[in-house]
Design a protein around this ligand. Structure first.
Ligand SMILES: NC(=O)c1ccc[n+]([C@@H]2O[C@H](COP(=O)([O-])OP(=O)(O)OC[C@H]3O[C@@H](n4cnc5c(N)ncnc54)[C@H](OP(=O)(O)O)[C@@H]3O)[C@@H](O)[C@H]2O)c1
Length: 325
């Protein structure tokens, strides 16, 4: 094992060093090269949750590489405001405004049908939209809000955009969280929907972020050998409204060492722009700072295929999509 790999693993396991701005500052010395200038010229990339934090920064990085960026948010005013800002800052920017609540399955169906009428190919789709609520809330279809926005909506989007993604040799990225390590996969419907015990927002968030990682791996296996790749990643700890507003105590504690939002977005941009081939055949596609990371640590219980099957069946059933995993 190379010394850089050992140091990288130490950074990862220490959390504070790897997740903060120290991680990329050190890893930059050995991590894979940046995408070349213009790497995404002529390509379309969709970023969800593009009206704040990591999504905003990511949109800018994709534009810098020449992509046409579809900025997707649920608030039309915010989408219009940020699109105008980008067009002002980057005169050559090709920005398309998209409005959709990714946790509303009817809205996702309608938006995917609309996009499919307008474009022929999508090269990147980043499921970046994220929420953490203090109380248990439900989506339009009666699903726990985080489950709907992080898991069910993105899954349905994958299904419905598959023809466009195939045409564009697309990469789909689920933006998970390092917080997912604290949660195992839930398999009972009442647990998946967080109805079985008193609701805890941080725990609920971690559960759905774990689900994203399991779902991305399942998609990756399903599509292996085809033109579309599906991966998940975590951004580390980035200075965004998502952290400073939703977790003010945590934000204050680690504030000085938070990485900037672009540092949180970096791996998603790199994955879409470079489509690294090296790890394509691996079972787990969970990335951080341009390297694959374990999905469980040695002390944790490994994913049981029966549990996984039950979870995937719930996702397919809830979204009325193919159960052929
Ligand atoms: N920042 C970190 O350190 C960190 C760490 C781990 C994981 N993450 C993950 O990284 C992603 C981005 O986080 P962030 O820190 O940049 O958060 P953020 O500043 O709160 O931004 C979240 C974005 O998601 C949008 N969004 C939420 N629900 C949506 C829905 N149903 N439909 C469409 N858009 C929706 C928000 O739109 P509105 O403005 O309309 O609410 C906002 O644009 C999230 O998935 C988060 O879980 C972040």
């Amino acid at each position: 094992m190379r010394p850089s790999s050992v140091l990288d693993a130490v950074l990862d396991r220490s959390l504070v060093l790897g997740y903060s701005k120290i991680g990329p500052a050190l890893r930059r010395r050995w991590w894979p090269a940046d995408p070349p200038a213009g790497a995404l010229a002529g390509q379309r990339v969709v970023v969800t949750g593009a009206t704040s934090g990591i999504g905003e920064a990511m949109a800018r990085s994709f534009l810098d590489l020449g992509a046409t960026v579809h900025l997707l948010g649920r608030n039309p005013e915010k989408v219009a405001r940020y699109a105008a800002e980008l067009r002002r800052d980057v005169p050559t920017a090709e920005v398309v405004e998209e409005v959709c609540d990714v946790g509303d399955l009817d809205a996702v169906r309608a938006w995917c049908a609309d996009l499919s009428e307008r474009v022929e190919a999508v090269h990147g789709l980043v499921h970046n939209a994220g929420v953490m609520t203090k109380q248990r809330e439900e989506s339009a279809q009666g699903h726990e809000l985080g489950l709907a926005a992080h898991v069910l909506g993105p899954h349905l989007m994958n299904e419905l955009l598959l023809p466009l993604l195939g045409e564009g040799a697309g990469t789909v990225v689920f933006m998970s969280s390092g917080g997912m390590y604290s949660a195992g996969l839930r398999t009972e419907p009442d647990e998946i929907e967080y109805r079985e015990s008193e609701y805890d927002g941080v725990r609920a968030y971690a559960r759905t972020k774990r689900m994203q990682v399991v779902l991305a791996d399942a998609w990756s296996r399903r599509l292996r050998g085809g033109r579309v790749r599906v991966v998940s990643m975590h951004p580390g700890w980035a200075d965004t409204p998502g952290v400073t507003d939703a977790l003010p105590g945590f934000g204050k504690l680690v504030g000085p060492i938070l990485r900037d939002a672009a540092g949180g977005a970096d791996t998603a941009v790199w994955l879409v722009a470079t489509r690294p081939a090296s790890a394509l055949e691996e079972d787990h596609q969970f990335w951080h700072d341009r390297a694959r990371r374990p999905t469980t640590y040695p002390v944790q219980r490994r994913l049981d295929p029966t549990d996984e099957g039950r979870f995937l069946a719930y996702v397919s059933h809830s979204t009325d999509t193919s159960a052929a995993w």
